[in-house]
Ligand binder design. Structure first.
Ligand SMILES: NC(=O)c1ccc[n+]([C@@H]2O[C@H](COP(=O)([O-])OP(=O)(O)OC[C@H]3O[C@@H](n4cnc5c(N)ncnc54)[C@H](OP(=O)(O)O)[C@@H]3O)[C@@H](O)[C@H]2O)c1
Length: 253
């Protein structure tokens, strides 16, 4: 059976993993809404690339720190007659900070972008989306163990994991809700890519997880009608180690 064609909204889609997911869905013939915040030029360039593949590609812009951002995103899509049946929450902010140094304002912002914004978008999407729609949240393999160095980020991703499971139960049978938990894919923005290399021996499968690996997992979950409430670790087995990679991925500036 051919996979169903989706209209997919991907947050944080202009660059990096979000972009790889957008390209993979377009390659499979799905229409894509590219959400971005600051990466306007990259989002427009991606839109042109996806349109050249023969699918519909629309843009929406919003700062997820703003409480009304989710409404604004869906309103922008509605004005372009784009009604998504698949939501992929990929936008995120990662920050390393010792728990003892984590200021309440910094924690609130990490929660705002990594939990409240995707959760609000899930709620609004669930109200509007047609039956058999689907949500996929991007988590992190760090949800598998306590990670004090990534305190605020990891707390928020753990909350999003809990929301994934609870919403899967509440919104069945109308909607499916799943998540992908990547491992070492890309160094955080602003960190040289090669910084990831010394960490790779700690990965059981001894390799970096690629953006395409993550995109393929999303494609699989989008077309798996029997699967809901699933957290798919795409991390070369890193979560089985039960600890954070030992060399911290720190910004160099
Ligand atoms: N990178 C990895 O190795 C890795 C590992 C585990 C999990 N993950 C998860 O996989 C997902 C994608 O990772 P990534 O590394 O590609 O993410 P990323 O580059 O850190 O961020 C993705 C996008 O999030 C958007 N964003 C940030 N702050 C925003 C705000 N205030 N409002 C709206 N959008 C905002 C940015 O959009 P603009 O550029 O338009 O501003 C950015 O391009 C994330 O959920 C991440 O937690 C990644």
């Amino acid at each position: 059976m051919n996979p169903m064609k989706h209209k997919v909204l991907i947050t944080g889609a202009a660059k990096r993993i979000g972009r790889a997911i957008a390209e993979a869905f377009a390659d499979a013939g799905n229409d894509v809404a590219i959400h971005y915040h600051t990466s306007h030029a990259e989002a427009e360039e991606l839109q042109r690339l996806l349109q050249a593949k023969g699918v519909q590609a629309v843009l929406c812009q919003a700062d997820l720190r703003v409480p009304e951002a989710s409404k604004e995103i869906l309103a922008q899509l509605s004005r372009q007659s784009f009604a998504p049946d698949l939501l992929i929450n990929s936008a995120s902010v990662y920050q390393r900070a010792r728990l003892s140094d984590l200021a309440p304002e910094a924690l609130a912002e990490l929660y705002r972008i990594n939990f409240f914004a995707p959760f609000e978008l899930m709620q609004l999407f669930a109200k509007q989306a047609p039956p058999h729609s689907c949500i996929i949240n991007l988590l992190d393999q760090r949800i598998a163990f306590p990670d004090p160095d990534a305190g605020g980020y990891a707390f928020a991703k753990q909350s999003l994991r809990d929301a994934t499971l609870a919403c899967a139960l509440e919104w069945a049978p109308r909607l499916r809700v799943n998540a992908v938990a990547p491992g070492l894919v890309l160094s955080p923005p602003g960190v040289p890519p090669e910084k990831i290399n010394p960490l790779l021996p700690q990965v059981p499968l001894q390799a970096r997880t690629t953006e395409q690996d993550v995109a393929n997992a999303c494609l699989f979950l989008a077309n798996a009608p029997a699967i809901t409430g699933q957290i798919l670790f795409v991390d070369g087995g890193l979560h089985l180690r039960g600890h954070s990679p030992e060399t911290p991925l720190q910004r160099t500036k």
